[in-house]
Design a protein around this ligand. Structure first.
Ligand SMILES: Nc1ncnc2c1ncn2[C@@H]1O[C@H](COP(=O)(O)OP(=O)(O)OP(=O)(O)O)[C@@H](O)[C@H]1O
Length: 658
């Protein structure tokens, strides 16, 4: 018995056995560590209680898992119509070029097989001059093959760039139309991280489409060519066996691969969450640093990271098991079936083959055998491309979900958990009338997007020149009234009359600074260059800065065209004053000032308000500051219990603020 076993004790077998043993040991250790961690109740409890972050899609009905089915092909077709906008387009040109390069490569492969068999034949026949000629011929054609290979890489790369550009542009057109970007994060709760979808997921989708096009069309082309050649040389039995196997393996592996689409889309979702948690640390670094919140933030980041790693590890294990089955079915078994089918004409004692000289028979075997091996490899590649197809189903489902939410929001539909009892409320059921010099709420309910009624019916009319102070306790709905006026929130009824866009300007408490020059900050949302085109001079802009006592910025930062990260380098009060300069530049009919001077000193606030009145901007101010009363003639008081009053300011006996 011992001598029999010893013949298996080769160096290669020993190496393979040790690799398998080490892998199994590592997997065992990993599982053991995870179980030990899970059994440590205090850690699990701490993680559960202390680390809760709300970044995932919540409250939405359980979605159907992405998989390769008719729905996937329908969604893919819809996205491809965006990526490839027509028949006579550059994209189709590149697709044809890819196909031509593939034909060229398959031609090169066939030529290579033929050429190598001629060289080997010359060697076996000991024919020196034929050997030298065939070898020289072979060397001359090599650069052509290299050019064709690189041509393929270039065309596939360019095709991917074009697909990505088209899909990204279209989605941004829809995403940044009207208030869709705001509604996606504030009204709807189907998509948690639109940034991840718009950047990484679209890129992966396009890469997957381009690779799949290349990885399927080449094998399909190879298979057709080899089938044609082999059918002529070897007969139908050989080809029938191979093709039968192709169908069986394809169906079998597609069935087993069903979970890949789900794994892929979930991985992208968790990547998005992880990125989001990291981005928050960058955005709020100063606040976190003052609180010494690093340990808490670390726990949050690590929870998100562990979730992602756990998922990736699960996916890896699934891929390893699948890879094992795939290798056997799609590669090794395909090659074995290839040999089996190859042997059919030889084993069936074909007359023409028997009559050949042994050297010619080996040449015949070599040429057709290589083609059978290549056919087997092509079949294998096609079957493996199915794995990419399952991944593509994951990306397709995510990008399609994003498109669906964007389209719904553009059509005024959104999905969100609503408060009980709000079923009868219909978003976007009110009317909006555009009219100069008037803001009028006529029986407009003030309702939050989740159906919470703050005021049942608000009826207020504000004419140009009536400066109004809006006051009331925290959470009474002061900002909400302006969100409705600004059309950020839907109108749940009544009629809203307001000036056309551009004649109503909103300044929030935390003003936004755009990327760009100092000029861009003053003219936002106009570009600095647009302001120049409109004939606004540097002197006028500098004058606006002077009105808010910021003229020193021009010298300090190096002129109006100086570019800096304004959100970072300006203080809170400076940002609020820039926002006021912005208001002076736009000089609208009405200005909504939502506690926008809270960080500005009283004397600067005084001069800013006086200037607004001087140039005829009607002010609607939300503020708790008593100092601002003198600049307004009317007050809208929301009592926080659903009631409100609107009357001249002197009629209010009680004080609303400090
Ligand atoms: N996007 C939203 N979805 C659901 N509810 C919201 C949303 N934004 C605000 N709310 C809720 O609407 C209510 C009114 O908020 P609003 O911001 O209008 O209050 P406010 O009167 O301006 O308060 P403050 O003086 O504190 O700024 C609050 O209870 C708030 O929690």
């Amino acid at each position: 018995m011992a001598p029999n076993l010893s013949k298996y004790l080769t160096r290669n077998n020993a190496l393979a056995a040790s690799s398998i043993a080490i892998t199994l040991w590592l997997v065992y250790k990993q599982n053991h560590a995870t179980k030990a961690k899970a059994s440590n109740k205090s850690v699990a409890k701490r993680e559960k209680e202390e680390i809760q972050y709300m970044i995932s899609e919540k409250g939405t009905p359980r979605k159907k898992r992405a998989q390769v089915d008719a729905l996937f092909f329908h969604h893919l077709w819809q996205l491809l119509k965006i990526g490839v906008p027509g028949v006579f387009t550059v994209e189709v040109g590149y697709m044809i070029l890819v196909a031509l390069s593939l034909v060229g490569r398959t031609g090169c492969d066939l030529w290579m097989i033929h050429s190598l068999s001629k060289i080997e034949h010359a060697i076996v026949c000991m024919d020196k001059s034929r050997f030298m000629t065939t070898l020289a011929e072979y060397a001359v054609y090599l650069p052509v093959i290299s050019v064709i290979n690189n041509m393929l890489k270039f065309t596939v790369g360019e095709l991917k760039i074009r697909l990505r550009a088209n899909v990204t542009r279209r989605l941004y057109d829809d995403y940044l139309r009207k208030f869709t970007y705001y509604h996606m994060s504030n009204l709807d709760n189907r998509v948690a991280n639109a940034d991840q979808l718009l950047t990484t997921d679209i890129d992966k989708f396009c890469e997957s489409v381009a690779e799949l096009y290349c990885n399927t069309s080449k094998p399909i082309l190879d298979i057709l060519l080899y089938i044609f050649k082999l059918n002529t040389n070897m007969g139908f039995g050989t080809i029938g066996l191979m093709c039968g196997y192709l169908i069986f393996a394809g169906v079998f592996l597609t069935y087993l691969r069903k979970p890949v689409s789900y794994f892929t889309s979930n991985e992208q979702k968790l990547e998005g969450e992880f990125r989001h948690v990291n981005a928050r640390i960058i955005t709020y670094s100063e606040e976190i640093a003052f609180y010494h919140g690093n340990e808490k933030e670390k726990l949050t980041v690590l929870t998100s990271f562990n979730k992602l790693m756990g998922h990736i590890r699960k996916f890896l294990r699934f891929q390893i098991v699948m890879g094992f089955v795939e290798n056997i079915v799609a590669k090794y078994f395909a090659i074995s079936v290839g040999f089996l089918s190859m042997s059919i004409p030889f084993m069936s004692d074909r007359e023409d083959l028997r009559r050949l000289h042994v050297a010619d028979r080996s040449k015949f075997y070599y040429e057709n055998g290589t083609m059978i091996v290549r056919l087997g490899q092509a079949i294998g590649r096609l079957i493996l491309a199915g794995r990419e197809l399952s991944k593509l189903a994951g990306y397709t489902s995510r990008v399609t979900e994003l498109r669906k939410v964007i389209n719904d929001l553009n059509e005024g539909k959104y999905q969100r958990d609503m408060v009980p009892g709000s079923e009868s409320l219909k978003p976007y059921s009110g009317h909006i009338i555009f009219q100069n010099n008037t803001i009028k709420f006529d029986q407009v309910p003030v309702v939050t997007p989740n159906g919470d009624i703050l005021i049942k019916e608000l009826s207020v009319e504000i004419k140009s020149g009536m400066n109004v102070l809006v006051c009331g306790p925290n959470g009474a709905g002061k900002s909400s009234v302006f969100r409705i006026l600004g059309e950020l929130w839907p109108l749940f009824g009544g009629t809203l009359t307001k000036p056309p866009r551009g004649k109503l300007f909103y300044i929030p408490q935390k003003p936004y600074m755009t990327l760009g020059s100092l000029r861009d900050q003053i003219t936002y949302p106009h570009c600095g260059s647009e302001a120049l085109r409109r004939g606004v001079t540097d002197e006028q802009l500098e004058n606006h800065l002077k009105m808010v006592q910021l003229e020193y910025l021009v010298d300090r930062e190096g002129g109006l065209d100086a570019v800096a990260d304004w959100l970072e380098i300006l203080s809170g009060g400076e940002k609020q004053r820039i926002a006021m300069a912005r208001l002076f530049y736009h000089a609208p009919e009405f200005a909504i000032l939502d506690e926008c001077t809270s960080a500005v000193s009283l004397d600067v606030e005084e001069s800013m308000y006086s200037y607004c009145k001087e140039v005829g901007i009607t002010l609607l101010t939300v503020s708790h500051r008593k100092s601002l009363w003198q600049h307004h003639e009317y007050a809208l008081y929301l009592d926080g219990r659903g009631g409100y009053s609107f009357k001249p300011i002197e009629e209010y006996s009680e004080q609303f603020g400090s």
